[in-house]
Design a protein around this ligand. Sequence first.
Ligand SMILES: Nc1ncnc2c1ncn2[C@@H]1O[C@H](COP(=O)(O)OP(=O)(O)O)[C@@H](O)[C@H]1O
Ligand SMILES: CC(C)(COP(=O)(O)O)[C@@H](O)C(=O)NCCC(=O)O
Ligand SMILES: [K+]
Length: 279
Amino acid sequence: MILDLDIGNTLSKWRLKDSVSSEIRSRGAVWTREEWRPGADIPDLDIVDTVRISSVARRSVLAQTEQLLKDRVGAVHVARSTREALGVTNGYVEPGRLGVDRWMGALAGYQLAGASCTVDCGSAITIDFVLPGGRHLGGYILPGLRLMKESLKLGTRNVAIDPDSEADELLAPGRRTVEAVNHGIYMAAVSAVNRIYSEVCDREGVALPMLVTGGDARVVSRGIRVPHAIWPDMVYAGLEACFPLTAAERAGRMAGAPVPPRPVALEKIRAALAFSMLL
Ligand SMILES: Nc1ncnc2c1ncn2[C@@H]1O[C@H](COP(=O)(O)OP(=O)(O)O)[C@@H](O)[C@H]1O
Ligand SMILES: CC(C)(COP(=O)(O)O)[C@@H](O)C(=O)NCCC(=O)O
Ligand SMILES: [K+]
């Protein structure tokens, strides 16, 4: 069995994947912050032969986890952001400083669609661009929905945005504090995603397929105006591409990959951008 770990700033996600059939056998998540207890919070290691890790948590969390796993499991692969991988060149001045979850997303997006705008809605919302040909441009980092809400300190943090709300409702003026905050941060997030996507496509002269992942992917997706696909396992897909182990992975098939979204024509993106500037 393969154990895949995606350690984010809020949640540490894990899944067990069958090395033979490539099926996902089980999955879960635990809080990354203080409560993270390597050893207690991850599944039964006796059945695991290989581990793959993407981690952006504190260095000590990764070091502890790695140590624990190395004592118990045959092979442990830890993903790193590099200058180049799988046909993609990292746009960062110092490639190693790009969050490895973003790098995994960029690699997975490129493998799937040959170019991509990857939107990862977690503790932070990150938006990364890879052009046809594999040039990663770099990207954008903004606070995620939960962080934006916490920063306001208005006592509304425990009232989450209902992921089933319609975008129209979420964009209406709030009539109570919780509503005003939820709608405000939602507007901040989705308008940034919509605008950044249009600006970069316009600038680069190419309409890119958009892929959305992370804990808030579903709710953010409702406010995104351009065609896109949600890909919950996108970071894991980057791990599969970097460290292929199963027959399916060696053949380039990534678990849970969506049908690549077909972007709208560049002219339409440009027209919408020009129009929005007039208002
Ligand atoms: N059941 C949940 N538990 C915790 N956070 C959730 C849950 N559902 C959605 N979220 C949202 O998802 C975010 C965490 O998403 P995730 O992509 O796992 O983040 P990270 O990779 O930064 O740890 C939280 O900040 C929160 O806004
Ligand atoms: C930007 C991030 C905090 C996002 O992390 P996440 O929200 O997925 O927990 C992470 O990718 C990170 O620590 N990056 C290093 C800085 C950078 O990418 O420039
Ligand atoms: K993120």
